[in-house]
Every structure is written in C-alpha cells, then in structure tokens.
Design a protein around this ligand. Structure first.
Ligand code: ATP
Length: 439
C-alpha cells in the first residue's frame, strides 16, 4: 500500500527529475523561464510512454476510434464558435496590500490573500482570457490575428465532416488527438502540474443522442480503469462527478479522474457529456452542415459528444509520484521508481560486469538484440551495485548483466527491479523471457 504523497515527496520528485534528467527548468542557462519546463533524456521517454499507452488503449486496440493531428495555430473564427474568445477566462483578483495576483476560483478563502494574509484587500474580479494571441504574416493588427490552441478538442470538431467522409466510421465513433496546448495561466505552478504550455490527450466520441448517457458512463469507467491498469494505486485515484454548480452550461454531466497530489485531490482528466453544443456551434458559425445521415433509419441528426480530456504532462507527474519508493538495502537508503513497465523510460538495461573489452563487445551485441524490441539502456560505468541502484532510481524493470561466465555459457543474469531476484537466462531465450514479462 502506498502512502498518500507528502509535501516532502513533492520536493524529492522535483529533485529527482532534475538530477536524473526527467525534467529541467526551461532556458536554465538564461536564468530560467518561469513555469516552463524541458523534458530531458528520461522525461521524454516517460512522457512518450504515457502518450503511447493512451494511444494504444484509445486508438490501437479499438475499432471505433481514429486519430488526428490538427494544427496548433488557428483563426479567430474557430475560437469564436467554440466560445473560447468570449468565455475562456479565469476570474482574476489583485491584492491591494502586496500586489500579488490570484485566480479567485482557486482561493481557499475568497477574502484572504494567501501571500500576505490581508483580508478584504482584493480588487473586483476581472475576466482574463487564457488564450495566447499572435499574428500570422508580416503585418500585425486586426485581420492577421491567430491563436495558439488552448485545447486539442476543437481540431476534432472542425474535422468532424472530413473524418466522417474519409474514414467510413459512423456514430458511435471517436477521433483522438495528442498534442500541445497553450494557456496563459495566471497562477502556473506545482512543477509541471499547471504550466502555460502542456500536452493533452483528448478524444471526442460522437454518438446518437439517445445513447449519450450510456456512453458517458462507459467512458468514465474505461478511463478510470486505464490509470489502474498502468499501476496507479486505487487509494490515490478517484472518479469525482461534478456538482450542478460546476457544470458548464452545455454539459449535462462531467466527472473528473483525480489523483491524490501532495496538496490534495486534483484533476488529471475530465470526462464530459457535451451534448451537441460543439457541432451546433461550428455548424452555425461555418455555415457547413455537420449532421450525420443514418441511412439505415433515414434519420438526420447532430451527434452528441462524450469527451475524455486528459493531460499528458500532468499524468506523467502523477505516475512519478505514485511510483516513488524508498527502500533500505544493506543499511543504505535507496530510491526505487516502481513504474509500470509500459511507463518506465527504459524497459531494460544491459550492464557488462566489467569494462574489459572481451565483455563490452558481446554486451553491446545483447543490447542490439533487445533494442529491436524495447528502449534499452546500456551502462558500463561504476560498480554493478551502483548501476543497479541507478536503474532502480529511474524505474528500469529489468537489468541484464553480462559477466565472464557469459562468455562460456551464453547466458546472462536478469535482475528484476522490485523483487531484486536474479535469474540466469540463456541469450537465445532472452527476448522471449523479457517479452513474457513486458506485455
Ligand atoms: P484546471 O481546472 O486544472 O485549470 P481544466 O478543467 O481547465 O483544468 P481541461 O480544460 O478539462 O482542464 O483540460 C483537460 C486536461 O488538460 C486537464 O485535466 C489537465 O490534465 C490538462 N491541463 C489543463 N490545463 C493544464 C495546464 N495549465 N497545465 C498542465 N495540464 C493542464
């Protein structure tokens, strides 16, 4: 059973991320760029694995979902139709006492400044639009404005007819997309939890109107299970239905998948029953018919939409927090990331027992065999104990050691991360052996 993540754990994760190359503060050699991060050699693998696991479950293993990769830059018309230009705002208040700026809806007490403790010193809330605006081409000014998308979802709505006409899918079917989104957050923070540039994994599932409630329930269960299947402990995860006061005007039901972060329960993903709001808006604003004609029933209708919308960067951080364990080995305190093998940056590491040339060459050959199948690290520095510890710290499930006996018996020692058990495996059987354990 894992403990609820503590504030100390949060510091340890931030520290580990920097030390082991998961996440670096962006533009660090220039003093950093606030709340913006770069994913290092470990982080890029972790993040890619989170996204691949989502894609596998949402697209690859299904017959009813197709993928999309839409543009990040978009004309104002899209955001007028979606309601983002008018409504994608946060209520902003300034403290008159210390000049700090806050999101009113995120304050514990709407009267008290968390920075200086002043009571009743906030300005009236102002609506602050979260979209990043820029201009396309050499001329600035009206008519040339474009926006960086604040969510990937609109790409699916504006391409609904294109996908329908080209993919032979019909409701119920989904369009899935993973990509960067941008929001000019007033209060970014908690490391990569809330940043201005982040990655989303979103899917719009188009269904006949009468089936929407049933599909909403289906996707809530399905998405919750995804986190559990990837090793998220049940006690750190919950599905929380929104109260009536939290729902957007077009949504008849929304639930959040929440993780128990060191500061409390917070959102990883929202699953919303959006009705036909988005397609109606785009149909009205574009003048293009977006109805679906069901030849079987002769019915023409605007599909309703169930949207599971998750954050990839935020979820990667939650996996790190959940996986972090400290263990004692021969009186020494060590860190182990018990990441699911699909999420771990490397699935295996090949470690020659010594740096001697007669071990290095065949070890590299073993690495090449395994690298055809998985991301496999290769490390010949330091003692074998230290190398095991380094691999544990970044969550590598299997270490493969090539020693002097290997030259004779054509076998290697495979060490499993969590049990630390070791087994001698013939190199001929190694791919099959690991394949059974890395499914
Ligand atoms: P919040 O209430 O935390 O601002 P939201 O409800 O506006 O989030 P959605 O618009 O539903 O978020 O976006 C879907 C998912 O995208 C979120 O559940 C989250 O995982 C991720 N996400 C949204 N904003 C950010 C951000 N600024 N940084 C990192 N991830 C984000």
């Amino acid at each position: 059973m894992s403990d609820a993540p503590s504030p100390e754990l949060f510091d340890k994760i931030v520290n580990l991320c920097k030390r082991r190359g998961f996440v670096f503060p962006s533009a660090e050699i220039y003093g950093g760029f606030r709340s913006t991060y770069d994913y290092g050699p470990m982080g890029v693998l972790l993040l890619r694995n989170v996204k691949n696991s989502w894609w596998r479950s949402m697209v690859q293993l299904r017959h009813d979902v197709v993928g999309l990769d839409a543009a990040i830059l978009g004309p104002p018309k899209i955001w007028e139709a979606s309601g983002h230009l008018a409504n994608f705002t946060d209520p902003l208040v300034d403290c008159k006492s210390c000049q700090s700026r806050w999101r009113l809806d995120k304050l514990e007490d709407p009267d008290v400044c968390p920075n200086c403790g002043a009571r009743g010193q906030f300005t009236e809330p102002r609506a602050f639009n979260l979209m990043f605006k820029t201009h396309a081409g050499p001329v600035e000014g009206s008519g040339h404005e474009v926006y960086l998308r604040p969510e990937t979802a609109q790409g699916m709505f504006v391409n609904f007819a294109n996908v329908l006409n080209t993919s032979r899918k019909r409701p119920p079917f989904g369009i899935a997309q993973i990509g960067k989104s941008f929001r000019n957050e007033i209060t970014p923070g908690n490391f990569v939890f809330r940043t201005r540039e982040f990655e989303q994994m979103e899917m719009e599932f188009f269904v006949p109107p009468d089936d929407a409630d049933q599909w909403y329930e289906y996707w809530c269960a399905e998405r919750y299970q995804w986190y559990l299947d990837l090793g998220m402990p049940e006690e750190l995860l919950r599905l929380r239905p929104h109260g009536a006061d939290e729902l957007s005007h077009y949504s008849s039901a929304t639930s959040d998948v929440e993780f128990l972060f060191p500061w409390g329960w917070d959102e990883l993903e929202g699953i919303a029953n959006r009705g036909n709001y988005d397609l109606t808006q785009h149909q009205t604003h574009s003048g293009e018919k977006l109805e679906y004609f069901d030849q079987a029933s002769g019915e023409r209708y605007l599909p309703h939409v169930i949207e599971p919308a998750a954050g990839a960067t935020r979820t990667a951080m939650a996996f790190l927090l959940a996986a972090y364990h400290e263990i004692e080995v021969r009186g020494e305190r060590r860190t182990v990331l018990r990441l699911h093998h699909r999420i771990a940056p490397y699935q295996a590491a090949v470690l020659p027992l010594s740096k001697k040339e007669d071990l290095v060459e065949p070890s590299r050959a073993v690495h090449r065999i395994l690298a055809e199948h998985w991301m496999v690290d290769y490390d010949e520095t330091q003692s074998i104990g230290k190398r095991y510890a380094r691999q544990d710290e970044t969550g590598t499930p299997f270490c493969v050691t090539y020693d002097f006996d290997s030259l004779e018996d054509g076998a290697v020692t495979v060490r499993e991360r969590d049990s630390m058990e070791q087994e001698r495996v013939s190199i001929d059987r190694l791919v099959a052996y690991l394949g059974e354990r890395l499914v």
